[in-house]
Design a binder for this molecule. Structure first.
Ligand code: NAI
Length: 538
């Protein structure tokens, strides 16, 4: 390959960083502006152009175009500017991008698999140009962030998550494969959009759906042996079942359930350093009892048991509230996965009443219901607790259960707050509060890197406990002093390296590892991280 083709190959292109010698050798004379630049100058130009864009979506478009042009420069810019750019390549902007996916679509990225591929999925996967795939993030578009069923428009999520694997955990982009299982959509407005790019069919269900997912999971293992499959943004009617079906058979996990659980547990550990309490002292009310709420409730209850409570006592400390109200024992037709937290109590349909009845120390929002934490709810939390712990996990920003301003305002600045999407600092009575981002992007990149580093054949609960501890340990006194119970986004790579180290250690200890343990595991993990540096042009 030489001449213009080199410049059009995003993996080989260095743009203005090609040296004069490379330009001559590759037949690029005259095709580039004369000045030869280093990558730092290129990043400075990208940032200048980005900051001049009129909106987050315009920035998203610019970065996507850059990635199609020069993948190394895209990742280098992202890695060097995580705090500023993660909200563009991931939540909240990715939510807007998914809503608009069929309108902004320009170039293919990742694989779309539909019922037409039944019987030949291995061949479709084999046609993927990179052989060394180690992580697949797969969605069926069934519950994209808090935005519901977006069908094939959900492809932005696996692409965005894998960009974080590369930028935050240094997973080589060649090892990442985004996949959308386009099984149709039950969202009529998506299906009837004249520009919609997915299948215009109702969602596949029942055995046909099961068989399609099953063939995909097995074909992925056949074509990329040992590949980690991360289930992402499936509707919860499918998510719990798929996790149960595959977690013991192949290397797989569900980030919305398990990743969120570990992230939430880490937030509680860090919050305890502010509140001066223990995990076993907490009473939690989960507003939203789906994948995120239940994933966190299960892991927190299991952690309480490890810290000395009986299982019954631990569960008794976790209460759920869903679209039908407080989850109580007498409720008819209760989904199986909620039963373990259905306590004896009269039904309550109103959140404020539930807060008064349960008297939680921690209120967790995982409902996708914007502003559900009203001023009276937040004020009740502040009356019941000296330092009320509030997690408003729902994404994107417009779906958050409360804003940072609401939470600090209604609690005299006493809330220990964390939110799924980033919020700007809030100044109240002369004090500035920095809100930590309670996002599983602090967990899954490190988990994936640890799996790759150890060649783990399974993803176990022990790995998520260890990941939660490692994340909490990354929250420093300066974070806590600023009010943040999660590290600053700028430190995501350091966090991922620590999480990866403990996850790999668990894999070696539990004998799920298929690679030899290096003598210095943390150093070996850090040394193997992709840094987005140009290679000499061959
Ligand atoms: P899900 O669909 O599995 O669960 C949603 C839950 O909210 C259900 O239990 C439902 O009954 C409940 N709900 C809906 N309307 C309600 C209402 N009016 N009152 C009370 N409860 C109501 O969704 P999932 O996966 O649990 O996600 C929920 C939200 O959490 C989404 O916005 C998602 O983006 C966010 N999330 C954030 C994460 C983070 O890292 N910050 C990680 C995973 C999810």
């Amino acid at each position: 390959m030489s001449g213009i083709d080199v410049l059009r190959d995003a993996l080989r292109n260095k743009g203005t960083a090609f040296t004069l010698e490379e330009r001559e050798r590759l037949g690029l004379a005259g095709m580039l502006p004369p000045r030869v630049e280093g990558v730092a100058e290129q990043v400075a130009r990208v940032l200048a152009a980005l900051r001049g864009q009129p909106s987050a979506m315009a920035k998203f478009g610019y970065l996507s175009a850059l990635r199609d042009e020069n993948e190394t420069l895209f990742f280098r810019t992202l890695i060097d500017n995580l705090e500023e750019l993660v909200p563009i390549v991931y939540t909240p902007t990715i939510g807007e991008a998914c809503l608009d996916w069929s309108r902004i679509y320009l170039r293919p990225r990742g694989l779309y698999i539909t019922p037409r591929e039944r019987g030949c999925m291995a061949a479709v996967l084999r046609a993927w140009p990179r052989r060394e795939v180690g992580i697949i993030v797969v969605t069926d578009g069934g519950r994209i962030l808090g935005l519901g069923d977006l069908g094939a428009n959900g492809m932005g999520i696996p692409i965005g998550k894998l960009a974080l694997y590369v930028a935050c955990a240094g997973v080589d982009p060649a090892r990442c494969l985004p996949v959308t299982l386009d099984v149709g959509t039950d969202n009529a407005s998506v299906r009837e959009d004249p520009l919609y790019l997915g299948r215009r069919e109702p969602r596949l269900a029942g055995p046909a759906y099961e068989e399609l997912v099953g063939e995909f999971v097995m074909a992925a293992q056949e074509v990329f042996p040992g590949v980690l499959v991360q289930f992402e943004d499936f509707a919860n009617v499918n998510a719990f079942r798929l996790l149960a079906a595959y977690r013991a058979r192949v290397c797989s996990f569900n980030d919305d359930i398990q990743g969120t659980g570990a992230m939430g547990l880490a937030g509680l550990y860090a919050a305890q350093r502010i509140t001066g309490t223990r995990l076993t002292d907490q009473r939690l009310l989960f507003f939203g009892a789906g994948e995120a709420g239940l994933g966190m409730a299960e892991l927190v209850a299991a952690a309480m048991v490890r810290e000395g409570l009986s299982e019954a006592e631990a569960r008794r400390r976790c209460w759920l509230f869903d679209s039908k109200g407080l989850v109580v024992g007498g409720r008819a037709a209760l989904a199986g996965h909620k039963r373990g937290f259905a306590h004896d109590h009269a039904p309550i349909g109103d959140l404020l009443e539930a807060v008064e009845a349960v008297r939680p120390t921690v209120l967790v929002g995982a409902s996708g219901q914007a502003n559900a934490f009203t001023a009276p709810v937040l004020a009740a939390m502040a009356r019941l607790n000296d330092r009320p712990v509030i997690f408003a996990l729902s994404n994107p920003t417009a779906k958050a259960e409360c804003t940072a301003e609401d939470a600090y305002g209604a609690t005299d600045g006493r809330a220990v707050l964390a939110t799924g999407s980033p919020f700007a600092p809030v100044t109240l009575n002369g004090r500035t509060h920095f809100t930590g981002q309670a996002n599983n992007s602090f967990i899954f990149p490190g988990v994936g890197l640890g799996i790759l580093a150890s060649g783990a054949s399974r993803v176990t609960d022990e790995m998520f406990f260890a990941a939660a501890r490692a994340l909490a340990d990354q929250v420093g006194p300066e974070d806590l002093a600023a009010g943040r119970i999660f590290p600053a986004a700028a430190r995501m790579r350091e966090v991922a390296a620590s999480v990866a180290t403990v996850v790999a250690r668990v894999a070696f200890a539990e004998e799920f590892a298929t690679r030899a343990q290096p003598p210095d595991l943390p150093a070996s993990i850090r040394a193997g991280m992709y840094r987005a540096e140009y290679r000499d042009a061959a």
